[in-house]
Design a protein around this ligand. Structure first.
Ligand code: PLP
Length: 394
């Protein structure tokens, strides 16, 4: 077989991630590759760590990007903190809570499940009961922003409750980081992981993580070795360094160019300012909402716990939802997401993440959705969505 160079089409990415990558970030990716122990590269690593502290709103020294996607950040938290026999209270209100349960069990721990209906936030009253009933629980884990539904849970309250029971917390912020407030130190969260391909608008494949001193102490005092060599924090830190510029030892070859991209993404975030980024996601959500509702469609998640960056829209009756997504992709180069697991066929997931959260994307999405649904004979108010969103955008 003779293959030609691969040139992907230019899409507008409005699904659950990846989001549109900012052109400055794509340009950063193409800069010359240098050695991963080159002093210039090491200097950039220090900046990435400091910028991630800003993004996570933490002074945690142990803050760095794992050289693998969000799932690896998740696994690093569980593999380092859960030892065989440990009890972990796991909140599950969507796909990613289920993955946390898998992680606990694969580490030899016992998962005590607190389950909520998909689309609802984690019920803090149920968690309070579970903490009361399991005084020997070592960790409470939950997903701040459940990407499978678009529901946001009360991270500040869940972390506060865990601390009250001397429990560590593992918090998934893959979809929330830089899209809605993530305040690691204010919350008192202990092990927090995220991803680069959502509201940071960077390329996928890197997972920012941060660990509190309590979490670091628990890892240092483990009775057993971390089962995974690649994810063992004690070894990884020999390369990333936690002392602000000490010697670096080879552990693995870092993804050098993707780290240039992450650096650029974080510089862009710093330029915009975290508060402005959060406010922009919220403003764009309100514009999209005005259009979706003007069309006669509705949101799956209650307004109080709705994430601005992940909009779950209920699919109108009698419509082949996969056909709608194919037409959006083929005719408009626009990607929106399908429902995951039990939500398949019930919702579309429209992402407004990072660079994708802008007025042009919103108007493109609403106009294209209106045109496709009207053509398919759906029971919607045609022609109303775009003006409604424009009125909201001002
Ligand atoms: N956690 C949440 C909430 C996610 O949305 C995702 C990915 O969508 C992950 C974890 C896993 O991240 P990745 O796909 O980068 O491995």
């Amino acid at each position: 077989m003779t293959a030609n160079s691969f040139h992907p089409p230019e899409r507008t990415l409005m699904g659950p991630g990846p989001s549109d990558v900012h052109p400055r970030i794509l340009e950063a990716l193409s800069r010359p590759t240098i050695g991963h122990l080159d002093p210039v590269f090491v200097g950039m690593m220090e900046e990435v760590k400091a910028l991630l502290q800003y993004a996570f709103q933490t002074d945690n020294k142990l803050t760095f990007p794992v050289s693998a996607p969000g799932s690896a950040g998740m696994e690093m938290c569980f593999a380092n903190l859960v030892e065989p026999g440990d009890k972990v209270i796991v909140c599950k209100n969507g796909v990613f809570g289920g993955r946390m349960q898998e992680n606990v069990e694969r580490c030899g721990g016992t998962a005590v499940m607190v389950e909520d209906e998909w689309g609802n936030p984690v019920d803090t009253a149920k968690v309070a009961e579970a903490l009361q009933a399991n005084p020997d629980a070592k960790i409470l884990s939950f997903v701040h922003a459940e990407t499978s539904t678009g529901a946001q849970s009360n991270a500040a309250e869940l972390c506060r409750m865990a601390r009250g029971h001397d429990c560590l917390t593992i918090v998934d912020t893959v979809t929330s980081l830089s899209g809605s407030p993530v305040k690691v130190d204010e919350w008192g969260a202990d092990a927090v992981y995220s991803g680069t391909q959502k509201c940071l608008s960077c390329v996928p494949g890197i997972s920012p993580v941060t660990f509190s001193e309590r979490a670091t102490a628990a890892i240092e005092n483990r009775a057993t070795k971390v089962q995974s060599w690649f994810l063992d924090l004690n070894l990884v830190m020999g390369y990333w360094g936690s002392d602000g510029g000490g010697k670096r030892a080879y552990h693995h070859t870092a993804p050098i160019n993707p780290l240039y991209a992450l650096h650029e993404a974080l510089v862009i975030l710093q330029e915009e300012g975290l508060e402005h980024a959060w406010a922009r996601h919220s403003q764009m959500h309100h514009a999209l909402k005005a259009g979706i509702e003007a069309m006669g469609l509705s949101f799956f998640v209650n307004e109080a716990s709705r994430l601005p960056q992940l909009n779950s829209v209920t699919i109108p009756g009698g419509i082949d939802e996969a056909d709608v997504r194919s037409r959006l992709l083929e005719q408009y180069n626009l990607e929106i997401g399908a429902g995951l697991g039990p939500m398949a066929g019930k919702i579309w997931r429209i992402g407004l993440m990072g660079h994708s959260a802008n007025p042009t994307n919103i108007l493109t999405c609403l106009g294209a959705l209106d045109a496709v649904l009207t053509d398919m004979g759906a029971d919607i108010r045609s022609g109303e969505a775009v003006p409604a969103a424009m009125a909201q955008l001002g």
